[in-house]
Design a protein around this ligand. Structure first.
Ligand code: F6P
Length: 341
């Protein structure tokens, strides 16, 4: 049998570890694996890449050897037809799509159109449903936590508040986890917006207590409770390009102007997706890759390997893409109890 793999959406630590596991499992069962370049674009255009045995020694390599992109084949004329033609021209038995909600949403639609496809859940945002964690999340929160740890030194030495802007689009998982792990004094996520006065009161209380420094962890997609909306330039999947929005600076300006406390904003940006995956993500990616290849071999398409507790088991793609997994009340309550609100 012959299979093709693509990586789509934001590059995520662990993509190569998944490709490696797919490769090892395909070889051990005498199947062939090829790669498509730059996400769905490669599948649309039949732009392929040989995956060599070099991948075996690259479990720790960040990014993706295949390249990635945010092309949405559903927005392209005859997108589905062109994908089916590539699959048939290359005599492929199945396709593996490694990606987040957008990518797996497309994979699900293609499956409904008769394409033999399996998804693999990736995203640093951890906002994909039907899996406990997506790969890349653990690495991203480790990077963000280390950044907070390092920023504390400057905050303390200069008696400043530092506002750390963390990725995560519509879901606050990264900010919540990195904020808790880094001991941030304020955690601001899109799912639970706070009043401006709650924000300034908490910082003021800290300074009044003699703790003249502070760390605020804020999600890039945060908006205040008065409903100030986030709007701006959008990508192919209709998402606002949040890196251009600067919510960290807005929070820093608020603290500065209301409390006259020196406050700076730091945008972690793509640092959070860079470099090698953590040990947790390497193991998860290996399990996901092996289960995904087994699903292909078993002709069991329209599925996605998912982490359920400590086990990786197949679930229907349909369940993974039905809704976004955002921060829930129980998870948020840990932050409110830590902040004392
Ligand atoms: O979905 C992963 C992610 O890193 C989000 O956290 C972020 O909003 C977005 O991608 C940034 O996308 P890009 O790298 O295309 O600007």
């Amino acid at each position: 049998m012959k299979y093709g793999v693509l990586t789509s959406g934001g590059d995520t630590p662990g993509m190569n570890a998944v490709i490696r596991a797919l490769y090892i499992r395909s070889k051990s069962s005498n199947h062939e694996l090829i790669g498509f370049k730059d996400g769905w674009k490669g599948l649309l255009e039949g732009n392929i890449m040989e995956i060599s045995s070099d991948i075996i020694d690259n479990i720790d390599l960040g990014g993706t050897i295949l390249g990635s992109g945010r092309t949405n084949p559903m927005n392209i004329d005859n997108g589905v037809k062109r994908i089916k033609k590539t699959i048939s021209d290359l005599n492929l038995d199945g396709v593996i799509a490694i990606g987040g909600e957008d990518t797996l949403g497309v994979a699900h639609k293609l499956y409904k159109e008769g394409v033999s496809i399996v998804g693999v859940p990736k995203t640093i945002d951890n906002d994909l449903d039907a899996t406990d964690y997506t790969f890349g999340f653990n690495t991203a929160i480790s990077i963000a936590t280390e950044a907070i740890d390092r920023l504390k030194t400057t905050a303390k030495s200069h008696h400043r508040v530092l506002v750390v802007e963390i990725m995560g689009r519509h879901a606050g998982w990264m900010t919540l986890h990195a904020g808790i792990a880094g001991g941030a004094h304020l955690i601001l996520i899109p799912e639970y917006p706070l009043d401006r006065t709650v924000i300034t009161d908490l910082i003021k209380k800290r300074y009044d207590n003699g703790d003249t420094w502070g760390i605020v962890a804020v999600s890039e997609g945060y908006g205040f409770s008065d409903g100030e909306t986030v709007d701006g330039e959008k990508d192919e999947f209709g998402h606002v390009l949040l890196e251009k929005m600067d919510i960290g600076k807005t929070i820093a300006d608020l603290i500065n102007s209301e409390l006259n406390i020196p406050t700076r904003a730091i945008k972690l940006g793509h640092t959070q997706r860079g470099g090698p995956p953590t040990a947790f993500d390497r193991v998860l990616c290996t399990q996901l890759g092996i289960v995904a290849m087994n699903l292909c071999i078993d002709n069991n398409y329209g599925k996605m390997p998912s982490l359920q507790g400590t086990k990786v088991v197949p679930v229907d793609l349909e369940n993974a893409v039905a809704k976004l997994k955002t921060v829930d009340d129980a998870s948020w309550s840990f932050a409110t109890q830590l902040m004392g609100i």
